[in-house]
Design a protein around this ligand. Structure first.
Ligand code: AP5
Length: 230
């Protein structure tokens, strides 16, 4: 495995692109921790708004429960505000953003305005057959956000997080009947970003069907290879 700490700062945005269950959150947490930069999950931000019952959360809740995408206008606002915070000054890792071409174009402008160079984009490529197992098996710690999988990475004690004993919960959109609509939304609205970033010469790929450690290593290698190139 590669060394635990990188010798240099990230100083850019990393975008993890891929369908639901590809492992974006799992890998984003690792990469953000390695570089000591924030992990920016628009899914987590929206779920927080839903839990707090903000007006944005009230609008987003039924849309998320149907497995559809929340309108760009709502998502762009929370991202723009978030990257203004000082902890983002040395870069950040996006998970679940951008998700439409309009979001990607907006992000491109936002990064320019903040003086960041072009983002590093990695597409997590995965067979649809694996997705259902990953999504329906996922459980997340309510307090620390650690991600488990009942089939592949079960907690030591059922329903409890190994790290802090927090309660593990299942996202409402992880029910089997919502997986189909989520995949269709991905194919229609997010998959075009693969061609979009390819055209810009920014796209890298990782085989996300491999183990967590192997995917981590592929991302790490691609990121190092990209350094200095763009
Ligand atoms: P979001 O929270 O972003 O969900 P998603 O994109 O559907 O992705 P997931 O979180 O389901 O999967 P993941 O790829 O992060 O996989 P994970 O690492 O957890 O979005 C939810 C909703 O919010 C959207 O449907 C939409 O409504 C709204 N939304 C969010 N962002 C938006 C935006 N920008 N615009 C509009 N709407 C937006 O892994 C999954 C499971 O697999 C886990 O159990 C994990 O342990 C396991 N696993 C991971 N990697 C591996 C591996 N290599 N081998 C074996 N198991 C693995």
């Amino acid at each position: 495995m590669p060394e635990k700490r990188p010798p240099e700062e990230l100083n850019r945005a990393v975008i993890l692109l891929g369908p639901p269950g590809a492992g974006k959150g799992t890998q984003a947490k690792k990469l953000a921790a390695k570089y000591s930069v924030p992990h920016l999950s628009t899914g987590d931000m929206l779920r927080e708004h839903v839990a707090l019952g903000t007006s944005l959360g009230v609008k987003a809740k039924p849309i998320m429960e149907r497995g559809e995408l929340v309108p760009d206008s709502l998502v762009l606002k929370i991202v723009a505000v978030r990257i203004e915070r000082p902890d983002c000054s040395h870069g950040f890792v996006f998970d679940g953003f951008p998700r439409t071409v309009a979001q990607a174009q907006y992000l491109g402008e936002l990064l320019k305005q903040h003086g960041f160079r072009r983002p590093f984009v990695i597409h997590l490529v995965i067979d649809t057959a694996l997705i259902l197992r990953r999504i329906t098996g996922r459980r997340t710690c309510k307090t620390g956000g650690e991600i488990y999988n009942l089939y592949d990475f079960p907690p030591k004690v059922e329903g409890r997080c190994d790290s802090d004993g927090g309660e593990l919960w299942q996202r409402p959109d992880d029910r089997e009947e919502i997986v189909g609509p989520r995949l269709r939304a991905y194919e229609k609205q997010t998959a075009p970003l693969v061609a979009y970033y390819k055209r810009l010469g920014l796209l890298h790929e990782a085989d996300a069907s491999k183990s967590v450690e192997e995917v981590e290593e592929q991302i790490w290698k691609a990121l190092h290879h990209a350094r200095g190139k763009h």
